[in-house]
Design a protein around this ligand. Sequence first.
Ligand SMILES: Cc1cc2nc3c(=O)[nH]c(=O)nc-3n(C[C@H](O)[C@H](O)[C@H](O)COP(=O)(O)OP(=O)(O)OC[C@H]3O[C@@H](n4cnc5c(N)ncnc54)[C@H](O)[C@@H]3O)c2cc1C
Length: 368
Amino acid sequence: MAPIPNGDAQIHVIDPKTKGEKSKKQHSQVVIIGSGPAGHTAAIYLARANLEPVLYEGMLANGFAPGGQLTTTTEVENFPGFPDGVTGTEMMDKFRAQSERFGTKIITETIARVDLTVRPFKYWTEGEEEEADFMTADTLIIATGASAKRLFLPGEETYWQSGISACAVCDGAVPIFRNKPLAVIGGGDSAAEEATYLTKYGSHVYVLVRRDELRASKIMAKRLTSHPKVTVLWNTVATECKGDGDLLQSLAIKDVKTGEEKDLKVNGLFYAIGHEPATSLVKSQLETDVDGYIKTVPGTAQTSVKGVFAAGDVQDKKYRQAITSAGSGCMAALEAERLISEEEAEDEEIRTEDVHVPSEGYMGADKE
Ligand SMILES: Cc1cc2nc3c(=O)[nH]c(=O)nc-3n(C[C@H](O)[C@H](O)[C@H](O)COP(=O)(O)OP(=O)(O)OC[C@H]3O[C@@H](n4cnc5c(N)ncnc54)[C@H](O)[C@@H]3O)c2cc1C
């Protein structure tokens, strides 16, 4: 599993001569920010390597409870090892327990600020943000995740995860959507991809596009518009999610050109209007791509600052799955571990060179 190349990050190496001071409050060899599958997988590997990782799980950071996005879903059916499925919360409890079992120090606080211009890197937690409150880490793993953009229509909160989703690959196959009419909101490549994917399960898929054209690539757009199970509703927006109190049953929609309003009978609504990677913490300190995802060197978890690694959805705009996040968390941990041991070996070499070598005269005198 390789991370998605978001373009080559230009690695910035901090001159070891400008080394910053270690925090008297807390210094760690490796700190992980984020508590989803990426953060906890990194923690499991690092703890088993006796590096005593510290993991900040956040206090509703970026709107998510500790455990991340999966704590907002019901059943997870595509994570290997759970043949009967598992709830998102139970799965993340297991990730957490496994991190702790090997000695990860889990702290329920949100990181408010980081300074990546000196090594060790400095960071501050929310509420302890005075300059002198800094803590330090030799390496950092950023695993802060992402969140799907939503429209927060009237009724959306009631039917979120009861007919409304932001992930066709995650939820498309669940029984409430099978052989039922479904709707996708969005006009880009991911909307086209999600709608085409949903044709495998739904009886029909309506794609609501606000404008009179798709932003998707020509080939994706053609595949979508020519699909017999797809109807694109141009110039159309949804205005309300309606149902029986338990499950979504229809959407109120509006033609933005004519003003005509009507109900569209659908049992599923999938948002495909983009994601927001949680990168505010490292903005302007790490290279990001045009959509704000942290750039990593292709095939690695290395960001544009040596010693800072990124894993999970915060650096992956293509797959955004629990299993790919866990895979990149593993990569980040192995790379952090390798860097730490290389630097320890270098320090050891320098110490050895510094040892006083007795002069020849002295040795000669000694011999006599
Ligand atoms: C409703 C829903 C259903 C899904 N279903 C599936 C599914 O069935 N199968 C599947 O494979 N994938 C599914 N996904 C996608 C999957 O959840 C994500 O791909 C995965 O959780 C990403 O993991 P992550 O480790 O990158 O980060 P996240 O899960 O996003 O977790 C990041 C965590 O970091 C914390 N954090 C953020 N900033 C800070 C900070 N400054 N300090 C401390 N902590 C911080 C956040 O609070 C959060 O808890 C689903 C997603 C959603 C939203």
